[in-house]
Write a protein that binds this ligand. Sequence first.
Ligand code: NAG
Length: 274
Amino acid sequence: MKFSTAFLFLLLNFEKICSSISLKGMKLNIPRAVRAGHSVTLSCEYDLEGAQLYSVKWYRENDEFYRYVPKEEPPTRVFTIQGIHVDVSVSNAHSVTLLSVGRDISGEFQCEVSADAPSFHTQLLSAPMTVAVVPAGVPLVTVDKTGLEHGRPLIADCHAPPSHPAANITFFVNDEKVPGYTSDWITSNEDQLEQKTARLELTGVGGSWDPLRIMCEATLFRLYRAKSLDIEVKPDTPHPASVLLMGTSSTDFNLFYHRYYVLFLELILLVIWV
Ligand SMILES: *[C@@H]1O[C@H](CO)[C@@H](O)[C@H](O)[C@H]1NC(C)=O
């Protein structure tokens, strides 16, 4: 009895001990985004600390596309998945290279490593990868200030060039980054690319105002970053409305707005005082 209990204890803990030491520091290296048509190497780092490797399996959204089992001959196996072309000649126990990736393979990629007997400990890591189409060209700012004198907002639109997925847009007013904007929308073009437009509304409230310089930046992950040209907006009547920023519910944006508002009040006070 004593013996079997001890044996059971050992057996249970052996599994635990192996589990805790077998796959130390496992790490998945997958780029967050890659350009369509390019190759990409996904790698999986692990340290079996003396245990033998049983298998490394790679999945896209739960579909296995590559397996490395050192005990088999050949050790590499490729499974046919639409859009995934494994370059077997450069893939091994730690990395797998995909050739000419297409947009349809964007998704969650997983690496699963199993140690050999006795532990068979298995660990799986997962990370997203997007196959992107990088924009050609730079974003463009257009401004409509016709409504200003009638108390309506000045409207600045930033048009990002077509991409996939849609680009992120940031506005800058007088070189200062604006946290957020009023609204945005996306249209699709004939190449199935997405074109985002973001809108910033600036509301007039009486008094005088300095010219504003409005610029925007479009980014696509770390693959693309481009700035538009600056557009200078000047008052064209002697006493037009003063321009303030407003229009989104974002806290950061309200803070920004608040700062400009305070600045404006200070200006009025100064004018009255003088
Ligand atoms: C847009 O920005 C968000 C927040 O920083 C980021 O998570 C996302 O990946 C970006 N998307 C693109 C297409 O760059």
